[in-house]
Design a binder for this molecule. Structure first.
Ligand code: GUN
Length: 275
């Protein structure tokens, strides 16, 4: 039998711990405040942003919402970030991605002060992670580590394979697994003999962005499989990068979609805000 890792339950545990921490902090006269900036009205982004605001309210973190029109210029956006960087009452700044095409994402992310970059996207934070210094860590991969640890899955000494090399998930995921003393391989779209490599994995993290890409032929018997993907299929049903029905019986533990990695991202964002 395999364990279905319950991301909803684990994220709730983390949020409840943070809620206690926030209350204790408040009793000492200290508060946290997250500024969330959305440019335009992409419906998926609106859902994410609203969930972030709701999580702040639940935990007791103040939030400032900036809902900027689609026509906002890069200069205006960077100007607002500059003001938030200076504000002592704001300790976290998050710019929801993707940004409209006329805005250079890299320039915007670079404008956020690293010490307020709760998304962990600034090169200073990415660099700190890679050399083992403290700093903010990208929320989704940080959430994967929590899922593993809180499910009693040991990482040290394990063969860990990360499928996907994005700056937001694949690369920081590899760094975090390495920090936990895993033996880490990163695979991507140009990897040769992909299945040969993924079948070595004790822990396989899939963040490749293709619905149901991974079937049982990619997975070693008894492996732990973490699915970071989220897609909507033709019937409007959510699915991941892993074909859950086919893969699950071959694993010792697996995350479902929805209810696996997804809920952890916000929990870890909140954790970063409380840091
Ligand atoms: N868009 C999709 N995921 C994320 C995320 O984790 N952070 C931000 N800022 N934007 C996103």
């Amino acid at each position: 039998m395999y364990l279905v890792i319950d991301g909803k339950k684990i994220s709730q545990e983390i949020k409840d711990e943070l809620k206690e921490k926030a209350a204790a902090m408040k009793a000492q006269g200290e508060e946290r405040c997250l500024a969330v900036i959305q440019v335009g009205s992409d419906p998926a982004s609106t859902v994410y942003v609203n969930n972030k605001k709701k999580a702040c309210t639940y935990i007791g973190i103040n939030s400032l919402a900036y809902e900027l029109p689609e026509e906002t210029t890069e200069e205006e956006l960077i100007g607002i970030i500059g003001e938030l960087n200076e504000r002592a009452d704001v300790n976290g700044i998050l710019v929801q991605l993707p940004l409209p095409k006329h805005i250079n994402e890299e320039r915007v992310l670079l404008a956020i002060a690293p010490e307020k970059d709760v998304d962990g996207f600034h090169p200073v934070n990415v660099g700190n992670l890679s050399i083992g210094r403290p700093g903010y860590v990208s929320c989704t991969p940080a959430g994967v580590i929590q899922l593993l640890k809180r499910s009693g899955i040991e990482i040290e000494g394990k063969e860990c394979v990360v499928l996907g090399r994005s700056n937001i998930v694949g690369k920081p995921m590899a760094m975090l697994l390495l920090r936990e003393n895993g033996t880490v391989t990163v695979c991507h779209s140009r990897t040769k003999n992909l299945k040969e490599i993924t079948r070595r994995a004790d822990i396989l993290v899939v963040a490749i962005g293709k619905p149901k890409f991974v079937d049982e032929s990619y997975v070693k018997e008894g492996a732990v499989v973490i699915d970071v993907g989220i897609h909507r299929n033709e019937n409007n049903k959510l699915c991941g990068d892993v074909d859950f029905e086919r893969v699950a019986p071959h694993t010792s533990a697996i995350t479902p979609v929805p209810g696996g990695v997804g809920p952890m991202t916000i929990a870890m964002l909140m954790s970063n805000c409380m840091q």
